[in-house]
Design a protein around this ligand. Structure first.
Ligand SMILES: C[S@@+](CC[C@H](N)C(=O)[O-])C[C@H]1O[C@@H](n2cnc3c(N)ncnc32)[C@H](O)[C@@H]1O
Length: 256
């Protein structure tokens, strides 16, 4: 894996992707200092604003997951987000126990959906994967743009899933685009819109369609930069009797 710093143990992974820093140097020095602090530099994960040591990191032994991840995660930020992918892969695999399709609102380049699809062998499953995004950005939109938003991104994502006839990609604004195509029953749903109103809109339409035991992952839930989503989602879930687990990755987790 790229940029492993001073750690050479196989369980040490250090893509230096951090968000919200005013100066990267002190934290990089702190991370390098870990190598000398630890009797043996093992169980180290550094990336995506998450630093661990002496942790099992059992997912590194999961060949199916790691192969899919390394085939698809290319940028430093994508590599740094490995632990978020681990959550998604766990959720997707666990959701195979229950009836329903897979959904991602905010698929962007299709990166996490592609990894999940490869992990569970989605192309051969009797289920459907529904992906939604605007794929392009203009300044009137309430959420921030992404580097690779463009007029051609939707076609690139369609090409990325061309080998899977059970994937439907819908371009447009969630929740409006859910009227174009949406599943009746959902086993796994990933909400990643960086946009509180749109995520609540998606919940209004889709949450009731999640099967009992189905799993919802809220990507931005515990990130302070997206606190409006947390407030809105907690307020939406509590009266319905659901509590959202904040994961160290910043994701929120709900089991229906
Ligand atoms: C952080 S990216 C998603 C990353 C992706 N889930 C992944 O794992 O690689 C957020 C995406 O949400 C999309 N988005 C934001 N608001 C939206 C809306 N109302 N409808 C559809 N897409 C939206 C943006 O276009 C952007 O591509």
């Amino acid at each position: 894996m790229a940029d492993t710093g001073k750690f050479h143990h196989p369980s040490a992974i250090m893509p230096r992707s951090f968000y919200g820093l005013k100066d990267g140097a002190p934290i990089f020095n702190l991370v390098d200092g870990l190598a000398t602090s630890l009797p043996s530099p093992r169980g180290v994960f550094v990336g995506d604003n998450l630093i661990t040591f002496e942790k099992r990191l059992g997912f590194l032994d999961d060949k199916i997951l790691m192969d899919a991840f390394l085939r698809n995660a290319e940028t430093v930020a994508e590599r740094g987000a490995l632990w978020r992918i681990v959550t998604l892969a766990w959720a997707a695999r666990s959701a195979l126990r229950v009836e329903g399709d897979f959904v991602e609102c905010g698929c962007y380049k299709g990166n996490s959906a592609r990894i999940i699809s490869e992990v569970v062998g989605f192309a051969d499953l009797p289920r459907h994967y529904y992906l939604y995004d605007l794929f392009q950005h203009d300044e009137s939109m309430p959420h921030h743009s992404m580097m690779e938003h463009s007029e051609t991104l939707v076609d690139q994502v369609r090409a990325r899933f061309a080998d899977m006839s059970n994937v439907t990609i819908t371009q447009g604004r969630v929740p409006d685009s859910l009227a174009v195509a949406a599943p009746e029953k959902i086993a796994f749903m990933h909400l990643d819109l960086n946009n509180a109103e749109a995520e609540i809109g998606a919940l209004e339409v889709l949450f009731d369609r999640i099967s009992p035991g189905g799993i919802l992952v809220l990507d931005d839930f515990g990130w302070l930069a997206y606190q409006r989503q947390l407030v809105a989602e907690v307020q939406w879930m509590l009266p319905r009797g659901y509590r959202i687990l904040e994961l160290p990755t910043g994701q929120g987790l709900v089991i229906k």
